[in-house]
Design a binder for this molecule. Structure first.
Ligand code: AMP
Ligand code: ZN
Length: 464
């Protein structure tokens, strides 16, 4: 598996800390509003990464946070808390807003066939963890208290900018949108670990801490949640490119200062989706959401298909023309696949040839457009229909484009009876230790495009 690593600025061979288990952390949404389809492009790329890792045999432990406190209007810790802004906008409490938009995000993810990570944790559920880390950072001299807040002291690090590769003066936080000058900071790049002083007296969510009643900064949340659930050594950390600075830069600073050793080896970032006016926004221009696409008659999965047509490290510009083209291509593809009958038998070695190419494309820094080309090559190939269905089904474990749903059902009662009889016959053979006959029946079914699997609950089958 090769991946582009923002830390080294090269495509590298992926070698996890533990060869049997990959730890993966992905920054989750700030749940103050619906996700726009730009945000969701990032989650689609992360989903493809996780599924590719699974496909090539890794067990992936993935964690995502839900930011429900501490993310201010500017990523550089100034302005109003985004959650509070959402609550005011809708005359609701912060917790109501968080619940509502977390559920909306979950529904959008489902519609795009994005698998919900195994562990999803709310920022507000891990306050003790942040307090523990900040306490250690203060003890070790990496943090200081000033003006009521606790700040990370970036001057204590010689490699604070190692993720961005930029020089200090090119990235001072002052150049970012909506940033106000904070006199309490010792250095412009310092960032807040714990706020007790908010300009906004109505800040709803606050907790007791050794430094006063307050709330955590945004960056400490991801370090805290990652360290708590995935331990001291992280293989992969993902997000959109806007997260590189300051968010991920600050995560590295605080996590490695806290741990006293290197933390994460691979930093993988997805490029943005822009609209024709440039940066995608939730407040200006058309607010592009999954629901809006549905209202306009698009199947959300078409947007996933459009994302997979381009490389995750290339800027993608959204337009309805581009989505229409993706829609036409997707419908054509689905039609071609649904016209495949289950005739012929599965030629395993030939199927593996196509699957090997597919795997090669994906393991080369997630080349999804090449993976789609291999899918089209499979359709054009000399393979039997049932072999094609078998290959496409395998591919769709990663692509998740609902490619052969339509073929699954439509099993006649006769066929169902036949399969059940064969399974019963095979079970008898196994009971009588006639494994050769049991294998023969399994292969006989496979040749007809019927794949059987023995599970603890009994034998199940799938018709390709
Ligand atoms: P947020 O909810 O603002 O914390 O962002 C959620 C995720 O979306 C983060 O990983 C961002 O890096 C990512 N993101 C923000 N804007 C875009 C965009 N226009 N295109 C792709 N990803 C984005
Ligand atoms: Zn994060």
């Amino acid at each position: 598996m090769k991946l582009y690593n923002t830390l080294t600025k090269t495509v590298e061979d992926f070698v996890p800390y533990d060869k049997n288990r990959v730890t993966m952390y992905t920054c989750g949404p700030t749940v103050y509003h619906y996700a726009h389809i730009g945000n969701l492009r990032t989650y689609i790329f992360e989903d493809i990464l996780e599924k590719t890792l699974n496909y090539v045999g890794y067990k992936v432990d993935r964690v995502m946070n839900i930011t429900d406190v501490g993310h201010l209007a500017s990523d550089a810790d100034t302005g109003e808390d985004k959650m509070l802004k959402g609550a005011k906008r809708e005359h609701k409490t912060v917790l109501e807003i968080a619940d509502f938009y977390t559920n909306a995000f979950k529904r959008d993810s489902e519609k795009l066939n994005i698998t919900w990570p195994k562990t999803v944790s709310k920022a507000t559920d891990n306050i003790d963890e942040y307090i523990k880390i900040i306490t250690t950072l203060l003890e070790k001299g990496f943090a200081y208290q000033a003006g009521g807040n606790v700040y990370f002291d970036t001057s204590k690090l010689t490699d604070y900018y190692k993720l961005t590769g930029h020089k200090e003066d090119e990235l001072v936080v002052g150049v970012r949108e909506g940033v106000e000058h904070d006199d309490s900071k010792h250095n412009q790049a310092d960032f807040v670990l714990w706020f007790t002083k908010s300009k906004f007296e109505d800040q709803e969510l606050k907790w007791d801490s050794p430094w006063g009643y307050g709330y955590p900064g945004w960056h400490i949340e991801c370090s805290g949640i990652s360290l708590k659930y995935l331990g001291e050594y992280l293989d992969i950390h993902c997000g959109g490119v806007d997260n590189i600075f300051p968010h991920h830069t600050n995560e590295i600073a605080q996590s490695e200062s806290y741990l006293g050793h290197k933390w994460c080896n691979y930093w993988v970032h997805g490029e943005h989706l822009n609209d024709i006016n440039g940066k995608m926004s939730k407040s200006k221009g058309e607010f592009l959401t999954v629901s809006l696409l549905e209202e306009k008659g698009y199947d959300p999965i078409v947007y996933r298909f459009m994302c997979l047509q381009s490389h995750y490290r290339k800027v993608l510009t959204f337009s309805y023309d581009a989505l229409d083209n993706a829609n036409i291509a997707y419908q054509k593809l689905k039609n071609r696949i649904s016209s495949l009958d289950s005739n012929g038998s599965i030629d395993e070695p030939s199927c593996q040839k196509y699957l090997a190419k597919f795997k090669e494309a994906l393991t080369n820094d997630l080349n999804t457009s090449l993976a789609l080309t291999v899918l089209y090559d499979t359709l054009k190939s000399e393979l039997s229909n049932v072999s094609k269905l078998y290959v496409i089904k395998e591919m769709d474990k990663v692509l998740s484009l609902k490619l052969i749903e339509a073929n699954k059902q439509n099993i006649s009662a006769d066929l169902e009876q036949y399969i059940n009889d064969k399974i019963a016959e095979r079970n008898d053979a196994k009971k009588n230790k006639n494994f050769a006959l049991a294998d023969f029946i399994r292969d006989e079914l496979k040749d007809k495009g019927i794949i059987i699997k023995d599970t603890r609950e009994g034998t199940i089958y799938e018709v390709l």
